[in-house]
Design a protein around this ligand. Structure first.
Ligand code: ATP
Ligand code: 6CM
Ligand code: CA
Length: 534
């Protein structure tokens, strides 16, 4: 054992073997770094931080392994295996393993114990999880995905679980109001965005109820929910997972849960006439995305291609909607929707924006801080009104609806697509799938906002409450529209893939209201193949 002169914890260094190859292995307990390198050329050098070690286990060596090469002449070797995160392509993580052999049993135990001690220091890792599986989400493979890909990893990492297979919609949400949540270090949902939404409503709703906060009050200061949510993607879009991890891969998500990653996330609330409707974290869409959802819900039997079918049908229908959008610009954030500052792991725009909001809160007081600023009003005919709380990247659109939207900056990107020709709308949609700028059109506008409202033209005259809010902020508006030819039957918002049937709504972004077991999308340079070969 190497004893550092300055009183730091000693470094464990041993000559071990990896099968037939001799290697040097070092554990720097101060830095929390496991390193090994070949004793002979080519002397490759690998290192894994303790934060990315999944487990360490004693390994039984069978006769066949033992009777080969140099081990033949020696006493029965002892071995331990280290399981750790290996980064593959496209933000994908895998569980890799490396087995180290030694002739001395005591030395082998010393290594196992030292590594286990280091793992015990990883305090943000969950030990006990509550898991909800939607057996009908996506391609209906949730149960199989969990059993075959996730449960073995949780067991390897000594995570215990209580698993509930949902029996109906809202099962998970309702259950979260009843369970003893203190027992768990997090809640995992296996399914798509709809399942994430259910679990989020259960956890946020429960937190507000326990804190005596009335969710129906659109101005209520909501209490942050500290129970982390893990998402095992098994849905049709899996946008929330894809936009927070970089990929919709169950093993990658399971590993982020195991290592105890934490990602705060903005949540927006949707109200109508002082009644709470829903929360959302990815997309709130009216017009095109609302209509796609409404049509696709009738075609769930088609599976995941229902969205392609309904997308095509809705595109052909080319409906537009007339109304008034009013919004409060997000002045607290340093970013803007058309800069190239992408939200990445440890994002400084999210950190600074949150700080700004806290300072405003201290200066003006809770409740008085958020409504400050000048409301803007836009009237028009829109093919789509999209409010993206995050990029909304997903396999269908790898950069998303708003590529530089931030996950935790207390703002959403409000995208207005005005009435245009079918051809132009198609050009706009196609840009969601390639590298071209989808905001570079005369009929597309995008604003980073803290709050917004939408009033459908047909309801402005009748809907007194929202009209009053509007009058208070902007004076009388929208009395003189021309003859409207918009679609009267559809008034559906797509709220994280769930239908909301109220065209007139008020929306407010709550900065970092909830937390995920994720770390955001890593910068490309760090997403190389680990263990890091030096
Ligand atoms: N056992 C169940 N039976 C019927 N519906 C369920 C059940 N469990 C959950 N649900 C509901 O199914 C809906 C859709 O599920 P989910 O989001 O998992 O899949 P998806 O819609 O295919 O994927 P995505 O949301 O990613 O497009 C959710 O709104 C959820 O409330
Ligand atoms: C000819 C090429 C045209 C290509 C157009 C592709 C545009 C794809 C953009 C996809 C954006 C998804 C935004 C995320 C929304 C989720 O909250 C929601 C729930 O899972 N999914 C959908 O509504 C599913 C929405 C699916 C829409 C098709
Ligand atoms: Ca945001």
């Amino acid at each position: 054992m190497e004893q550092p002169p300055d009183g730091r914890r000693p470094r464990l260094i041993s000559s071990l073997a990896q099968g037939q190859r001799s290697c040097e292995v070092s554990l720097d307990r101060e830095l929390g770094l496991l390193t090994w390198w070949d004793a002979q050329p080519p002397r490759r050098n690998f290192s894994v931080p303790a934060s990315e070690i999944i487990a360490v286990e004693e390994t039984k060596i069978d006769e066949k392994q033992c009777n080969s090469g140099k081990w033949q002449k020696m006493e029965k070797p002892h071995a331990f295996t280290v399981y750790y995160v290996k980064r593959a392509r496209n933000y994908c993580w895998r569980c890799n393993e490396e087995t180290f052999w030694c002739i001395d049993e005591q030395l082998c135990n010393q290594w196992i114990n030292s590594l286990k001690e280091l793992l015990d220091l990883q305090t943000s890792r969950p030990k006990h999880l509550l898991v909800y599986i939607n057996p009908y989400g996506g391609k209906q493979k949730g149960k199989r995905i969990y059993e075959q890909k996730v449960a073995p990893l949780f067991s390897l990492a000594s995570i215990s679980t209580d698993v509930i297979i949902t029996e109906h919609a809202n099962h998970a949400k309702d259950n979260l109001f009843e369970v003893n949540i203190e027992k768990y270090d997090g809640v995992v949902c296996v399914g798509g965005d709809g399942m994430v939404s259910e679990v989020m409503h259960g956890l946020i709703g429960r937190t507000q109820k326990d804190s005596g906060i009335d969710q129906n009050n659109p101005k209520a200061p909501l209490v942050q929910c500290n129970v982390r949510i893990g998402i095992i993607p098994a849905g049709s879009t899996d946008c929330i997972c894809y936009a927070t991890v970089g990929i919709n891969d169950p093993v990658t998500s399971a590993l982020h849960i195991i290592v105890g990653d934490t990602l705060p996330l903005d949540v927006s609330s949707v109200h109508h006439n002082n009644a709470f409707l829903k929360y959302y974290v990815s997309l709130l869409g009216y017009g095109f995305y609302g209509d796609v959802l409404k049509d696709s819900e009738k075609k769930r039997w088609m599976g995941t291609i229902r969205y392609d079918f309904s997308g095509f049908k809705t595109f052909l229908s080319h409906h537009y909607y007339e109304g008034t959008v009013s919004y409060l610009p997000a002045k607290h954030t340093l970013g803007s929707p058309r800069d190239k500052k992408y939200c990445r792991t440890g994002c400084c725009i999210c950190r600074q924006s949150k700080q700004q909001l806290e300072e405003q809160r201290k200066k003006y007081g809770i409740g008085r801080d958020e409504g400050r600023g000048e409301w803007k009003v836009i009237k028009g005919k829109f093919l789509a009104i999209n409010a993206a709380n995050m990029s909304c990247a997903c396999p269908r659109s790898p950069k998303g609806l708003s590529p530089t939207a931030h996950l935790a900056d207390g703002s959403a990107d409000l995208i207005l697509v005005r009435k245009c020709s079918r051809f132009d709308f198609l050009r706009y949609l196609v840009r969601h799938t390639n590298q071209d700028d989808q905001f570079d059109f005369t009929f597309v506008e995008v604003y980073r906002v803290k709050k917004f409202q939408f009033t459908s033209k047909h309801l402005e005259d009748d809907d007194s409450d929202v009209k009053d809010v509007g009058k208070k902020h902007f004076g009388q508006f929208c009395r003189d529209h021309p003859v409207c030819c918009c679609n009267l039957t559809n008034n559906t918002w797509n709220c994280d893939g769930e239908m909301l049937n109220s065209s007139t709504i008020e929306v407010r972004v709550h900065c970092q209201l909830m937390k995920l077991f994720a770390r955001g999308i890593e910068e490309k340079s760090t997403s190389n193949h680990s263990p890091i070969e030096q």
